[in-house]
Design a protein around this ligand. Structure first.
Ligand SMILES: C[S@@+](CC[C@H](N)C(=O)[O-])C[C@H]1O[C@@H](n2cnc3c(N)ncnc32)[C@H](O)[C@@H]1O
Length: 198
């Protein structure tokens, strides 16, 4: 059971994001690295985690019927942009209403919370496309909440139990971010239980 403080901070985040998305005209652009690297991802059930207005999810779903995509986010205003096209689930990324080991691919872009456990959500052989702002981004956006900046030095721990397929750090003079594609092993080793969600 999350603490009262955690629940209040989720409600604050929801209000903040709802305000940003309210009246927003068009979703942001589709993630370019996703469009280039989607061939590395496993088709099937896909979760766009903290997917906002769902533009990445929608792009993937439009590529072929083999991508069966659901978008989840804490912002109902964000999801209202995706809902005409895709199934949506209003949920906190740290308390998702999905069974473990269910998704073939997870997209997670411009969102980082160290409590999210990708391996627990992925089916064997499943992949994750993760891209978010790093600690080096502080020089461009000093006001950004440091709790949501990703430190690439934590990649081995954060992606433990997953095999790295692609790793790229980018600093384009405006933003600094990391792009990671990782895969869960195709077989469950003898004696290994399936992962449990926290
Ligand atoms: C920068 S936006 C990224 C949206 C989308 N992934 C993209 O790349 O356009 C961050 C998103 O995280 C969502 N978010 C923030 N805290 C969250 C949480 N605890 N659980 C789920 N979504 C959350 C916000 O509502 C927002 O849509």
């Amino acid at each position: 059971m999350p603490s009262v403080d955690t629940r209040i901070s989720v409600l604050d985040d929801r209000a903040r994001w709802n305000k940003k998305y309210r009246g927003a005209q068009a979703p942001r652009r589709v993630n370019k690295r996703l469009t280039r690297l989607a061939h590395l991802l496993k088709p099937g059930r896909v979760l766009d985690l903290a997917g906002g207005m769902g533009q990445n999810a929608r792009w993937l779903a439009e590529q072929s019927a083999q991508w069966r995509v659901v978008v989840s986010d804490i912002s109902d205003e964000g999801l209202s942009h995706a809902a005409p096209y895709l199934p949506c689930v209003l949920a906190n990324a740290c308390a998702l209403p999905f069974p473990p080991n269910i998704f073939d691919t997870i997209l997670c872009t411009r969102f980082f919370d160290p409590r999210v456990n990708f391996a627990a959500l992925l089916a064997p052989g499943g992949t994750v496309f993760f891209e978010t702002f790093t600690v080096a981004d502080q020089r461009y956006y000093p006001a950004f909440n440091p709790a949501h900046r990703f430190d690439p030095a934590t990649i081995p721990a954060y992606f433990a139990n997953l095999e790295l397929l692609h790793l790229q750090e980018t600093d384009n003079g405006h933003r600094a971010y990391v792009t990671v594609i990782a895969r869960r092993g195709a077989r469950i080793a003898d004696g290994e239980n399936t992962f449990q969600l926290r």
